[in-house]
Design a protein around this ligand. Structure first.
Ligand code: GAR
Length: 201
C-alpha cells in the first residue's frame, strides 16, 4: 500500500517510519511521498535523505482550507497514494479531505485521547496535574485528534516533568506504535466496527 506522510516540523515520527521501512518492519507499506505544509522543516531533510519524494504545500499560499486540500489531493493522486499518515502534521483536515480516505488516515497524538486534543498536549497534561499521560494512534475523522483508537500506551507524569521531558517519553512510545499501526493498516489488519478498531495480528 502506497502511503503519504504529512509533516509540519522536526519529523522524528517520520524518521521512525523511515527506519522501520529500512529494517524491514514495513513489509506491506511503501513510503511514497512526504508532504510538509511548512517550508524548511527538518522532516523534509529526513525524507530527502532517505530517498523519498518530498514536497512542500505551504498552507499560507492558499486563501482557503479547501484550496489547500485540493492541492494536497492532487499531489497524493500523482503518486497514487492509498493511505495517509499524519506524523506531527499540525493542520486540521476538513471532512472534504477526510471522506476521500475514510479509515485510511492515521494520526499520532501525544496524549491519551480524548484528553488534551489540539496543540501542546504535554503542556496541557502538566497544567491539568494528571499522573499519567501517553500517546494515542488513531484513525482520523472530522474532529481534532478524535477518531477510532488503534493503540494507546501510557507513561507516568513525574513531579519534576516539564512539557519537554514528558513529550520526549511519549515520543518514544509513538516511534514504536506509529510504524506498527502503519504496517497493520497496509496489511489490511485493521477493521473499524461501531467506532472501535479490531486488530488482527
Ligand atoms: C508528535 O509528538 C505528535 O504526536 C504531535 O506532534 C509531534 C511531532 O513530532 N502531534 C500532535 O500534537 C497532533 N495534535 P515530530 O515532528 O518529531 O514527529
Amino acid at each position: 500500500m502506497r502511503i503519504a506522510i504529512l509533516v509540519s516540523g522536526s519529523g522524528t515520527n517520520l524518521q521512525a517510519l523511515l527506519d522501520a521501512a529500512d529494517s524491514g518492519r514495513l513489509q506491506s507499506a511503501t513510503l511514497a511521498l512526504v508532504v510538509s505544509n511548512r517550508p524548511n522543516v527538518k522532516a523534509l531533510q529526513r525524507g530527502a535523505a532517505a530517498g523519498v519524494p518530498t514536497i512542500v504545500i505551504d498552507h499560507e499560499a492558499f486563501s482557503t482550507r479547501h484550496e489547500f486540500e485540493e492541492e494536497l489531493l492532487l499531489a497524493l493522486r500523482e503518486q497514487t497514494v492509498e493511505a495517509v499518515v499524519l506524523a506531527g502534521f499540525m493542520r486540521i483536515l476538513s471532512p472534504f479531505f477526510v471522506e476521500k480516505f475514510e479509515h485510511r488516515i492515521l494520526n499520532t497524538h501525544p496524549a491519551l485521547c480524548p484528553a488534551f486534543p489540539g496543540i501542546r498536549a504535554p503542556q496541557q497534561a502538566i497544567e491539568a496535574g494528571v499522573k499519567v499521560s501517553g500517546c494515542t494512534v488513531h484513525f482520523v475523522d472530522a474532529g481534532v485528534d478524535t477518531g477510532p483508537i488503534i493503540f494507546q500506551e501510557c507513561v507516568a507524569v513525574e513531579p519534576d516533568d516539564t512539557a519537554a521531558t514528558l513529550h520526549a517519553r511519549i515520543q518514544a512510545l509513538e516511534h514504536r506504535l506509529l510504524p506498527k499501526a502503519t504496517e497493520l493498516l497496509a496489511r489490511g489488519a485493521l477493521t473499524v466496527r461501531d467506532g472501535r478498531v479490531e486488530v488482527r495480528s
